[in-house]
Design a protein around this ligand. Structure first.
Ligand code: ADP
Ligand code: MG
Length: 234
C-alpha cells in the first residue's frame, strides 16, 4: 500500500444550471498520507462536501484526477465503482443514515452482505466485535429509533468499518449532536486513527481539530490554509 493514500490532482468541479456555471472546487491539489486524521473546515457553501465526495467518488470532478492507493478511480463504471467503494471507503454522515427497519446488528451486517469481504458465517461475529468497540453490545437487537443521536452515530461508525476499508470519510458527523457527545465521537475517531485508520472529517466543530493531525481550510473552493501539527499534539 502506498503512503499517499489519497491524491487529488488539479481538481475542478463546476455545477451547471440553466442560468450559470458555479465553480465549487477551483484547482485543488491535495495529498493525504496513510494514517492521517484530517479535519476539513470552512464556511457553509465553501466546497467541503464537494471535496469529500470527490474522494468517495460519490461525485466526479469536472477535470482532474483522483487517485486512491494509486488507482485512478475515474476509470470505474458505476457498478465497479460501488464495489470499489464498498471495499475502500467507509462513509459517515450527519444524519447517520441507518436503516430504521433493521436492528443495530443488522445495520452493521448489511454492508458486509453487499461486499463479500467476509464469509457469510463470519459476518455476525465481526458485527458484534465492531459493536463492542463502539461500546454498544447491549443494543444489538434494538432499532435505531430508540437510540440517542450519539449511539446512532457510533452504530454508523461501526457500520462504516464493516468491510475494513482503509479510509473513513465523515461529513459533519457531529452536526446533529450536543458538544459532549460530539467530543466522544471525535475521541472514537482518534482511537481508530491510533489503530492506523486513515480518517478525513468535515466539521464545523473546532474540537475536531484538537484530535486531528492536519487541518485544511477551504474558502470558495480553494485550499486557503493547510496546517500539519508537530509531535506532542493530543
Ligand atoms: P459545504 O459542504 O462546504 O457547505 P458544498 O460542497 O455542499 O459546500 O457546496 C459548495 C457550493 O456548491 C455551494 O455554493 C453549493 O450551493 C454548490 N452546490 C453543491 N452541490 C450542488 C449541486 N448539485 N448543484 C449546484 N450547486 C451545488
Ligand atoms: Mg457540506
Amino acid at each position: 500500500m502506498v503512503n499517499k493514500i489519497i491524491k487529488l490532482i488539479d481538481i475542478y468541479k463546476d455545477y451547471n444550471s440553466e442560468l450559470n456555471l458555479f465553480s465549487a472546487l477551483n484547482n485543488i491539489n491535495l495529498e493525504i498520507n496513510k494514517g492521517d486524521f484530517i479535519s476539513i473546515v470552512g464556511k457553509s457553501g465553501s466546497g467541503k462536501s464537494t471535496l469529500l465526495n470527490m474522494m468517495s467518488a460519490i461525485d466526479k470532478p469536472s477535470s482532474g484526477q483522483v487517485l486512491i492507493n494509486d488507482i485512478d478511480i475515474s476509470q470505474f463504471k458505476s457498478d465497479q465503482l460501488a464495489a470499489w467503494r464498498g471495499h475502500n471507503i467507509g462513509l459517515v454522515f450527519q444524519f447517520f443514515q441507518l436503516i430504521p427497519t433493521l436492528t443495530v446488528l443488522e445495520n452493521i451486517i448489511l454492508p458486509m452482505d453487499f461486499c463479500g469481504v467476509f464469509a457469510r458465517n463470519e459476518r455476525k461475529v465481526r458485527a458484534r466485535e465492531l459493536l463492542e468497540m463502539v461500546e454498544l453490545s447491549a443494543k444489538e437487537n434494538k432499532f435505531p429509533a430508540i437510540l440517542s443521536g450519539g449511539e446512532r452515530q457510533r452504530v454508523a461508525i461501526a457500520r462504516s468499518l464493516a468491510n475494513k476499508p482503509p479510509i473513513i470519510l465523515a461529513d459533519e458527523p457531529t452536526g446533529n449532536l450536543d458538544s459532549v457527545t460530539a467530543h466522544n465521537i471525535f475521541q472514537l475517531f482518534k482511537s481508530l486513527n491510533g489503530q492506523g485508520q486513515t480518517i478525513v472529517v468535515v466539521s464545523h466543530d473546532p474540537v475536531c481539530q484538537q484530535f486531528s493531525n492536519r487541518t485544511i481550510n477551504i474558502v470558495d473552493g480553494i485550499i486557503k490554509t493547510d496546517n500539519t501539527l508537530g509531535a506532542g499534539h493530543v
